[in-house]
Design a protein around this ligand. Structure first.
Ligand SMILES: Cc1ncc(COP(=O)(O)O)c(C=O)c1O
Length: 472
């Protein structure tokens, strides 16, 4: 263990301090004999919630604090650390110019009256128009705080639409078997029953399986296009016509919008409601749910059901909207098309370069991502082993065991900003791992070997994480 791998509590020494302040100008007696940690307003807080002793904070020097946090930040993997081909998640590089622009708006106070922050409103208005133009929707709401939240919002709009027409029997939503897990989850939270439509062997929605499912109880269908296998749903026009004919609506899960940017619009495919994950397609940082943005766009007939205002309190998640705005404006109308083209080119390049050593269940041209089904010759080596070994070589693992259609799924999505050299380096390492699987499978079962922690029991780590320091 390296010295600075220690917890900050272990680095601390009693009396050590990282700062110096001038002598306190407030007299001790001003606190009416109460110790500083008891300065809570006694009229509001009952004595039982007062702290009886100071917090047990680590006492460390400034260099120790800086090294602690810097080292901690390097124990994780991010888009700024290396190639991050996490399929379905579109781990785009976050351009630094976005941060620069956002920093100009740092002074805005959340409680500032709307008339003093007209620039904020102008950004929202611009984004409403820009996203409408990109997607073919009429208007957007910026209330939802993540892609999945957008799904729920969109389904609630769908329900409102049907209810406003007295069409109360529409309580079911159709979801393809390749759908992302949040789709059926959002439908269930919205109180809708889920009906699964099967995919054909070529990975696309089976229109013949869909037809008998359509009827007066169908509220709509949720689809991702390209779907979670990275394949463009070529029958989308026919599907849209069939769903509309039966009185249902089409919901577009925009998580896979990246390859279509500036090329094809969900509105033109026949979708009525959709969300965008700004953190996937529009280069804003990932994090818990986004962080915090899944704008929902709607076709004209759904506009009356949108809530007003269309941003959440305190100017909404403005920093994220502004970053996405900076990204759109940096690319411009013409160059935005290149993002999807390069992402698609990169994905197909990796797929074709590795298909002799990894099983390729659907050997067609993909969009921005594709799925392998484990090693061509596994020799007992699982997809999890491959993913863990990649970390040893400095690459983040692709998405694994999703979509559920394949038992050993490895879902690779390179994104458009990766150079040919990076893609080649990744391909080389994937080939090395395939060779290691043949020569030394045991070593792969215990990978990773070069990371701060090895291979934890993932179930225990997820279900019983130890998140606080316990003094030994
Ligand atoms: C296809 C698809 N739909 C929906 C979501 C949910 O989006 P979010 O993570 O922003 O809630 C994801 C997230 O990975 C996704 O890949």
């Amino acid at each position: 263990m390296k010295y600075y791998d220690k917890l900050i509590f272990e680095l601390g020494r009693k009396g050590r301090c990282g700062f110096s302040l001038p002598a306190c100008a407030v007299r001790e007696s001003d606190f009416a004999g109460r110790p500083l940690w008891r300065t809570g307003n006694s009229s509001e807080l009952s004595a039982s919630v007062w702290r009886e002793s100071p917090l047990d904070l680590p006492e460390v020097s400034e260099p120790d604090v800086v090294r602690h946090y810097t080292n901690l930040s390097q124990m994780n993997f991010g888009v700024d650390t290396g190639f991050y081909p996490l399929g379905s998640c579109t781990m785009k590089y976050n351009p630094k110019i976005n941060e620069e622009i956002v920093s100009q708006f740092n002074g805005i106070h959340p409680l500032q009256p709307a008339e003093t922050v007209k620039g904020v409103q102008a950004v929202y208005d611009f984004m409403d128009k820009a996203l409408a133009e990109i997607t073919g929707m009429k208007h957007f709401t910026f209330l939802p705080c993540a892609g999945a939240h957008g799904e729920l919002t969109g389904l609630m709009l769908m329900r409102e639409y049907h209810m406003s027409r007295g069409d109360l029997a529409r309580t079911k939503v159709i979801v393809p078997d390749s759908a992302h897990g949040t789709n059926p989850a959002s439908a269930a939270v919205c109180g809708l029953d889920i009906v699964v439509v099967k995919s054909r062997p070529d990975g696309l929605v089976d229109v013949e399986d869909l037809k008998p499912l359509l009827g007066p109880d169908i509220a709509g269908i949720m689809m991702t296009n390209p779907n979670t296998l990275g394949l463009f749903e070529r029958d989308i026009k026919e599907i849209a016509a069939l769903v509309h004919e039966c009185g249902g609506l089409l919901y577009y899960d925009g998580a896979n919008m990246n390859p279509l940017l500036g090329m094809v619009r969900p509105g033109d495919m026949g979708f009525d409601i959709m969300h965008l994950n700004l953190h996937k397609t529009f280069s804003t940082p990932h994090g818990g749910g986004g962080p915090g943005s899944g704008p929902v766009g709607v076709a004209e007939r759904i506009v009356p059901f949108l809530d007003i205002p269309r941003t959440s309190g305190f100017h909404g998640n403005f920093g994220i909207i502004l970053r996405a705005c900076a990204y759109i404006l940096s690319l411009g109308r013409e160059n935005i098309k290149l993002a999807g083209k390069f992402a698609t080119l990169g994905a197909n390049y990796i797929k074709e370069s590795l298909k002799d050593c990894y099983k390729l269940p659907i050997p067609t041209v993909c969009k921005h991502e594709f799925v392998f089904d484990g090693l061509a010759e596994p020799n007992g080596v699982s997809t999890l082993d491959v993913a863990k070994r990649l970390l040893d070589y400095g690459f983040h693992a692709p998405t694994i065991y999703f979509p559920l259609l394949f038992h050993q799924a490895i879902m690779i999505e390179p994104t458009e900003t990766e150079s040919l050299e990076t893609l080649d380096a990744f391909i080389d390492v994937m080939r090395v791992i395939a060779r290691e699987a043949a020569d030394d499978p045991e070593m792969l079962h215990s990978a990773p070997h070069n990371t701060p922690i090895g291979r934890p029991d993932e179930t225990t780590a997820a279900r019983q994480p130890i998140l606080k320091y316990v003094k030994s």
